[in-house]
Structures are given as structure tokens and as C-alpha cells.
Ligand binder design. Sequence first.
Ligand code: SAM
Ligand code: SF4
Length: 349
Amino acid sequence: MTPYDDSPAQAVSTASRTPGPSLIDGFGRAVTYLRVSVTDRCDLRCVYCMAEHMTFLPKAQVLTLEELDRLASAFVGLGVRKLRLTGGEPLVRKGFMALVASLSRHLRSGALDELTLTTNGSQLERYAADLAGHGVRRVNVSLDTLKPDLFRALTRGGDVARVIAGIDAAQAEGMAVKINTVALRHDNADEIPALIQWAHARGCDITLIETMPLGEVDHDRTDQFLSLKDVRQDLSAFWTLKDIPDATGGPARYVRVAETGGRLGLITPLSNHFCDTCNRVRLTCTGTLHTCLGRDDASDLRAVIRSGANDAELIDAIFAAISSKPKGHDFQIAASRPAVARHMSTTGG
Ligand code: SAM
Ligand code: SF4
């Protein structure tokens, strides 16, 4: 029995494999981190992420919970140690908590170090206790402003009070919360120091993200781009920022703000190259594996599993995809069209 219904389970066995990273790409990088988008749908419509009237994918194209479990578990069996569930908004996917409950077996077996999620926080108050109960110890919550009117405008209808209640609930359950803030030249540039202070005062790390040219939205994105190099320089005028060595293998660089004592991450995919140490790949909610956020490389793992592939054939397909992981990305904000046509909500942030 699967935890979802009474169809036969097809999880890849992790028991017979030797532990340790075995997914090594063509440039010698070990892939140990998988992000999985569990849905393209969302209860918000952030202006930099989605168009106001989005056409979402037909249900048949989206992986079932069993398929998501099978694919994620196959990667765990191949040495992935960290799994981040994202979307769209993961907490609006029907049956999401059953998926978390099922995947938590890899935490208990020791195959996985961390099961985590990125959420807009709007449903977090309701689900925080369940998440903590299934071993989720950290969540990333996206929050671009504390101003109710601006939040409503940026998310096209969201309520910032619900997000803050969600953060409160997660922290009350003992989870570490990291705030993700997209830096927007015209909307929140002035509020960034206040957001950092607010996050650090409540014991949260905060990471600033440059807007990335992913997917068509309703406006000119070059106009919103705010270089974090400039933000860092501005913050340095009144704060002491000390570099902290980074061990995440991701695009974030971290600094400690001496005055607040908190950690600040800066994700600068456009103005900084982070590809040499990249340890991650992304699986979309349609089962497409992207081995680089900034390129259009893609492997259709849904086709593999829906063709009836057995575990060995699935593993072969994963190895083939990983071996062609590109050396680096291809972003250019000045380009009039997105470097990558897919939306962040499909790929998973
Ligand atoms: N709905 C969840 C959330 O908002 O946290 C998870 C998915 S969302 C696509 C993941 C992250 O991607 C969020 O922090 C969001 O701000 C960020 N994001 C979305 N579109 C982006 C873009 N074009 N450039 C940079 N970050 C983006
Ligand atoms: Fe939804 Fe997250 Fe995209 Fe905002 S950033 S529209 S919350 S998926």
C-alpha cells in the first residue's frame, strides 16, 4: 500500500545501495541536493513570478503524489542528502502532507539529512505542527515587504498578517525560518534594512534575491532589477558586514551583520557566478529534470516512469541527465526575452 491510495508502491529501494554521493556530473560535481516542485499552482500571484491570469497545467501533466515520491526517493537512493519541496505553493497541493509524511521515512532511515520546503507562508499557520511532526526542521518563507498594502499589491491579493502568523507558528514548533526577499528596485529597495532588522530580531536568517529572467510576466523586468552589489554597498554605509564561508554549494553568499548579530544571504545569479560548486538539480511538477536553473536543458523523467520503466531503467535515465549537467548558466537581464522560458513557479525556487 502507498500512503496515498491502494495502488502498488514502486519506490526505488535505498537499502541495497552503498551510501554516499554517486551522482557525479561531467565536471566532477556531486549532486546531493534536489528541489522538487510539487505543483505549478499558487494562492498568490507575485508580480515578478506569475502573470495575473495564469494558465495552469492540466492535472494529467502533473506528477501524482506516488510519482513524486518515486522520483524523489530514487534520487535519495543515489546519494541526494537534502530534499526541498517547493512549487508553485507546496502547501496548496492536495495531499501534500501525505507526501511529506511518506518522504520522512528517508529521514528516519538516515538516507536523508534534511527535508525542507519553500513556502509563501500563507497556509503555514495551519500546517506548521504537521510539518514539524514529520521531521521538517527548517522552512524558507518568502516575504518581500512588511507593509500590508504593498504586500497585497506585490502578491496581487495576499495578506501579510497571515504570513507572519505562519512564521510565528513555525517558530513556535521549533522550526528555523529563513526569510527570502526578492529585491525590487521600485518596491522594496528602501525597506530592505528594516526587513533585515525585523528578521534578525526574531532570530531568522534572511536572504536577498536578485530578480531572475524566468518566464514571461506582465511587465518589463529589467526595470525591477536591483543589483545586490549596490544593496551591499548601501548597507555597508551603516552596518558592518563580515563575510562568512559558505558551505551550501548554492548561489548564496553569506555575511554576518555585526550590529544585529544575524546572518544575511545574497543570491546574485546575474552578477556573480556560483556554478563551480553547484550541487543541485531541480525536478518540475511535470517530472522534467533541470540540471541548471539558468539553462533550458531538460530530461523528461515523467516519460520514463509512465513508460513503465523499472528502477534500474529509471536510475539509468537519472545518470544520463546528471552526466550532461551544464558547466554554468546563461542569465542576462538586459535580454528582452527571458533567458529561460519556464516560470519559477514551474521549476521551483
Ligand atoms: N510559493 C513559494 C514561495 O513563494 O516561497 C515557493 C515557490 S517560489 C517560485 C520560490 C522563490 O522564488 C520565492 O522566494 C520567490 O520569491 C522566488 N522567485 C519567483 N520568481 C522569481 C524571479 N523571477 N526572480 C527571482 N526570484 C523569484
Ligand atoms: Fe506563488 Fe511563490 Fe510565485 Fe509568489 S513566488 S506567485 S507565492 S509561487
